[in-house]
Design a protein around this ligand. Structure first.
Ligand SMILES: [Fe+2]
Ligand SMILES: [Fe+2]
Length: 308
């Protein structure tokens, strides 16, 4: 087993390709594990088992990633026992891990169990992670007792100062609540307000390359005022696709996933990994594959084949 790297360290994963000098980095995006204390379940699923499955899959297939980022709703009700269970699970992850809080979290209980996670001068879980690809800025958008996102004056002041310090560097933003609608009324009601102010800070910096968010429990890709954005399914339950007039929030057992994010100097790609998938893998260009009548007839990939 590989030794866990120090949190926040910058690896030497900077290399040159024949076409041009690039900075390449791979990290894992995980969101909304909603951990409940042992032995509780949530929405007829076991969030601890789900996250454990994701972590085992990451360790097996993506142990070369720089780190993982969890974009909030770490616990469902924010109890100390839930955070202790989360810590026990994350101890198995062979990557450093950067944590954000979401509306389901309880900041004090979180900080008591994860005292190493940095906070800003006002105690908000906000910090900057330097990486080979640029600065990852972790934002705290939670408001106690509210499902809606809040970004208060103190937090805006912190962000404005950090973005000023990071002038000339690529920046990647991470936050739980998106500052825009995604078309699902029940989620749009709890989006982050003050979008104009955030957008103006992003515009003033001039090189914010991507925004990763959580909260919506769905795979959503898009762009907001020119900044590309994405969210992922949660590792436990999902929110159904209710477009239209309804304000009801539909839970679902659609499949969970984490994101495998590849960053180069000129692009960001997010690969969705369904970590409970056990469907067949086969050599796609093999004639036997094309002619297979059933999954049992499919040839197996060569042992040297490295894909998932
Ligand atoms: Fe959530
Ligand atoms: Fe949330």
């Amino acid at each position: 087993m590989r030794a866990k790297r120090k949190q926040g360290s910058i690896s030497d994963n900077v290399f040159q390709t024949p076409r041009q000098k690039v900075i390449a980095m791979k990290f894992i995006h995980i969101t909304d594990p909603h951990i409940v204390p042992t032995p509780q379940t949530l929405c007829a699923l076991d969030p601890r088992a789900r996250l454990a499955t994701a972590i085992a899959d990451i360790n097996r297939h993506h142990a070369d990633a720089e780190f993982a980022v969890l974009t909030g709703d770490l616990a469902y009700l924010g109890e100390p026992a839930a955070y202790r269970d989360l810590r026990r699970l994350l101890d198995k992850l062979e990557l450093p891990c950067h944590l954000l809080v979401g509306n389901h979290d309880e900041r004090t209980n979180f900080r008591n169990v994860f005292p190493d996670t940095p906070v800003d001068e006002n105690g908000f879980v906000q910090y900057v992670v330097p990486t080979p690809a640029g600065a990852f800025v972790m934002m705290d958008t939670m408001e106690a007792e509210a499902s809606s996102g809040i970004y208060c004056e103190n937090r805006f002041a912190w962000l404005e100062a950090r973005l000023a310090e990071l002038a000339g560097q690529p920046v990647y933003l991470f936050l739980h609540h998106p500052p825009f609608d995604i078309g699902i009324n029940s989620l749009d009601a709890s989006r982050l307000p003050d979008a104009d102010r955030l957008a103006s800070l992003i515009a003033r910096h001039g090189d914010v390359r991507y925004m990763f968010y959580g909260h919506v429990h769905r795979a959503v890709w898009g762009a907001w005022r020119g900044t590309p954005t994405s969210a992922l399914p949660g590792t436990n339950h999902q929110v159904g696709l209710t477009l239209g007039d309804t304000n009801e929030m539909l839970g679902s057992h659609e499949r969970p996933a984490y994101g495998v994010v590849l960053i180069e100097d000129d692009c960001v790609n997010v690969h969705l990994r369904d970590f409970i998938d056990d469907s067949p893998r086969f050599p796609l260009l093999d004639k036997m594959s094309k002619g297979a009548a059933t999954a049992a007839d499919l040839p197996r990939p060569a042992p040297s084949f490295a894909g998932i």
